[in-house]
Design a protein around this ligand. Structure first.
Ligand code: ARG
Length: 830
């Protein structure tokens, strides 16, 4: 986890501070001495005053003996104090200490017939029922403990509800003293309304009568909103539109264009009760600013309620996506700067009756409800499979989804019940096969995420329960079948390395079938060097083969930027302005001071790609420079609320000592890997897009690190160094000022899995057995840079991710394995 830089090393000024403190403590102790001591002091003062010259004594006596002067002075002081206090009160204290608190809410009024006129807020019918509801809400709050703070309630929309009755959307405004603002939470405000309904609940129903108004307690939802949401939504706003889709299957076009000055607009969509709304976004041409300037937020309500966000679109959309609501209302909240455009349509659709009987012969596909639309927060599907005979089970092949047995945590991406056993769905970056050893299983799926999530698709087939994989194939933990000959070949064929576990350390067979890991890895493993010949010869492509720009693959593993042109098109030596530091002062690097955990001070220019990421002004994480406007870091640095807002972050570049950056960059956008898992730290990678490119003149003190191709392999003779300004030991309280570096070696994946258990193929472990050198809190997101023996360039092999404590013996640091993300990275930065 990242850490705020609460304390840094003491500077010379810091060192003075404690001395001043002790001086003031000494002064106080003189003042509060005993009564005797005080009397002695007074006596001394009295004696001193007696010794004063006569003229002064007379003057003093004169002043003291005129009582009316004292009275006048006292009165003037009093008047002045009163005036200053009143001014302060009127202009500062009173103004500052009160603020508006805005809430949006909704509830269902049962047993009321919905009239079509309710759709028009100007209609007589709307005004009449809205006034009544408003009166009820007001009296609830005016008789509550927050009566004095309550200002008003505004009924904004009435819609017809498929459960019957009318769904009411309303705003509420409170004026509260700042000191009490924490108390006025949405839970508290909601509880006042719920409690009032609760006391009048009719037996066995969720409806209670509030001053005669039948309110469904289960439908009450109240959320805090921004003042701007309130002002831009209420009646006098220029940019609120209401649209209806009454006939199912008829699409209503929706185009929004922002001219000069940009727009902040709300479009309220409603369809017939019992139907749902599907919004189709054909194109959304915006600037990606992480939802700051340009965004479309889609709500599952008619007011911008945080608890009802279906989806936020903050990136340009070029291929169509669609979103489905859970009822017959939807709010689109557009924020678009100059010259941006939205094109799409919406339609009323029927709720999906998703129950089907599926014969597994022939093979086929199952789809998530509303496919290819995103999955809404509520849905349910049941598939009843049937295979031709009891010896055959059902295999479900997913592209990027896996079913894991449910643990104590809830399911966030789909809840599954397969023959009474509960599983949770998780999105992953690889294929999986879920095998059900039963010939007629019932598979039930329910949407279970608070917002909309990606749709899924699975192909089904039957399989032989007693022999899940064909002869000479191996069954991976991911359910895939891979050829036995692929076991322990150094390639992650199973996608979870289950084919590479329990392998003895590969031995080099210098005959015809050399182990692929040793072939052309830049090191002579066979006595005659036969493992390192013909390395530029073209070969079939795979994850461990270097691919030239032309598309053909060569045997040489670390061909990229090794100063030798290997590809016919020389593409392996193109774009190699990276990973080549020019340290300013070589001598200073080995002063023996122990930092990072067991590290030493770096020198100026030694790690020009190292970045210090400051959140809200304090060091929080590290990062590395990838190009003139992209940095790379760890996803967990940005995973919670404010941490994901790019505006709070600053990237300090070209820095050796904290506070002396050559350049401080603002962040435009943070791209966290879509499969990042905050529980397992899998896919712990993020990219940061800078607002402006750093000045080229800063090179070579600022320079990108080389990005390894997925084929890049690290051997024991590589030098790997972790760098950062993080803590120097597990319970350290002071962060170092100078950038620290420590050499670590890569631990084998099997060993690391043995130590930690949960090590995914996207993780890599590095350390030293004694634990004396390691990364620690504050180093997260920073680089683990490796250099080939005799090589000139450094490659980014790992990103500091997690570990058990810091620097503990036999507990290596865990890093994000960068080679697994090469194409993901390029897909965003190029
Ligand atoms: N997660 C930590 C951070 O936020 C990094 C921990 C690395 N720990 C280790 N033992 N290598 O800074």
């Amino acid at each position: 986890m990242g850490t705020k830089q609460e304390e840094t090393e003491q500077t010379s000024e810091d060192k003075d501070a404690p001395q001043q403190d002790s001086a003031s403590v000494a002064d106080v102790s003189v003042e509060v001495a005993t009564v005797d001591h005080t009397l002695r002091m007074l006596r001394r003062m009295y004696r001193k005053s007696r010794r004063k010259p006569k003229g002064l004594k007379r003057l003093l006596a004169y002043v003291l003996n005129i009582p009316h002067i004292t009275v006048i002075v006292t009165a003037v002081v009093f008047v002045l104090v009163v005036i200053i206090w009143s001014l302060l009160w009127v202009f500062i204290i009173r103004r500052e200490s009160y603020s508006g608190a805005y809430f949006a809410g909704m509830f269902r009024v049962a047993n009321v017939e919905f009239l079509p006129e309710y759709r028009q807020a100007e209609s007589h019918e709307f005004v009449s029922i809205a006034t009544k509801i408003q009166h009820v809400v007001s009296s609830v709050y005016k008789t509550s403990s927050v009566a004095r703070l309550y200002k008003q309630a505004v009924i904004s929309d009435l819609s017809n509800n498929d459960q019957g009755g009318v769904l009411v959307h309303f705003w509420m405004v409170f004026v509260i003293p700042r000191v009490k603002s924490a108390v006025m939470s949405e839970e508290f405000v909601g509880a006042i309304l719920k409690n009032s309904v609760l006391t009048s609940l009719q037996n066995r129903s969720s409806v209670g009568y509030l001053l005669g108004l039948p309110v469904d307690i289960d439908s009450i939802l109240i959320n805090v909103v921004q003042r701007s949401d309130y002002t831009s939504n209420t009646e006098d706003s220029q940019c609120v539109d209401k649209l209806y889709a009454n006939l199912p299957g008829v699409s209503v076009p929706l185009n929004v264009f922002s001219s000069w000055g940009g727009v902040s607009c709300h479009v309220k969509l409603t369809s017939a009760p019992g139907s749902l709304i599907r919004l189709v976004v054909s194109s959304f041409l915006i600037e990606p600013t992480d939802c700051v300037d340009d965004a479309l937020v889609v709500y599952d309500a008619l007011l911008p309620m945080r608890g009802r966000i279906l989806h936020s679109l903050c990136e340009p959309v070029s291929s169509s996506i669609s979103i489905v609501s859970t009822s017959n209302v939807m709010l689109l909240s557009f924020r678009m700067s100059d010259n941006k455009s939205f094109k799409g349509y919406f339609e009323a659709i029927a709720e999906e009756k998703c129950v089907s009987e599926v014969e597994t012969q022939p093979e086929g596909q199952i789809y998530s409800p509303f496919y290819p639309s995103m999955l809404p927060p509520e849905c349910a599907c049941t598939w009843k499979f049937k295979t031709p005979n009891p010896g055959l089970g059902v295999a479900l092949h997913f592209q990027n989804y896996v079913l894991k047995p449910k643990d104590m945590k809830g399911c966030n991406n789909g809840w599954w019940r397969v023959n009474e056993v509960i599983f949770c769905g998780i999105y992953v970056g690889y294929h999986t096969v879920f095998r059900i050893a039963h010939h007629s299983p019932a598979v039930e799926f329910r949407c279970s995420s608070p917002n909309s999530v990606q749709p899924f698709q699975a192909s089904y087939s039957s399989y032989n329960i007693s022999h899940p994989c064909p002869e000479s194939y191996f069954l991976c933990t991911t359910g895939l079948c891979v050829e036995r000959s692929r076991l322990c070949d150094g390639l992650d064929d199973c996608q979870d390395e289950s084919d590479e576990m329990l392998c003895s350390r590969p031995t080099m067979n210098c005959g015809s079938s050399s182990h692929p890991l040793f072939v052309c890895n830049g090191e002579v493993d066979c006595s005659h060097g036969e493992d390192e010949i013909n390395c530029t010869q073209e070969t079939t492509c795979s994850e461990i083969r270097y691919q030239c720009r032309s598309g053909s693959c060569i045997l040489k593993k670390n061909a990229k930027c090794d100063d030798v042109p290997d590809c016919k098109d020389h593409s392996d030596e193109a774009d190699c302005d990276c990973g080549h530091p020019t340290p300013v002062n070589k001598g200073g690097s080995s002063t023996g001071l122990h930092r990072i955990v067991g590290g030493v001070n770096s020198v100026e220019g030694e790690w020009p790609w190292q970045v210090s990421l400051h959140f809200d002004g304090s060091l929080y994480c590290g990062a590395s420079v990838l190009s003139s406007n992209w940095l790379i870091s760890a996803a967990h640095c940005f995973s919670k609320d404010r941490l994901s807002d790019p505006r709070y972050w600053r990237a300090h570049l070209g820095m050796l000592m904290q506070g002396s950056a050559k350049h401080v960059a603002e962040i435009q956008r943070i791209v966290v890997h879509e499969y990042y898992n905050a529980y397992t730290f899998d896919y712990d990678i993020a990219l940061l897009h800078l607002k402006k490119a750093w000045p080229a003149s800063l090179s070579p003190l600022v320079q990108p690190v080389c990005l390894p191709p997925s084929s890049h392999t690290i051997t024991d003779s590589h030098r790997c160094i972790v760098t950062g300004w993080g803590y120097r030991s597990e319970d350290d309280k002071v962060l170092p000022t100078v950038l620290q570096k420590a050499q670590v070696s890569i631990t084998s994946q099997t060993e690391c899995q043995r130590i930690y258990g949960l090590i995914s193929p996207r993780m890599l472990c590095a350390g030293v057995p004694s634990g004396e050198r390691d990364a620690c809190r504050g180093d997260s997101g920073g680089p683990l840079s490796c250099q080939a023996p005799g090589g000139s360039r450094w490659f980014l092999i790992g990103i500091v991710s997690w570990g058990s404590g810091c620097g503990r013996p036999n507990l290596p640091g865990v890093y994000t394995r960068v080679t697994k993300f090469t194409s993901w990275i390029y897909s965003h930065i190029s």
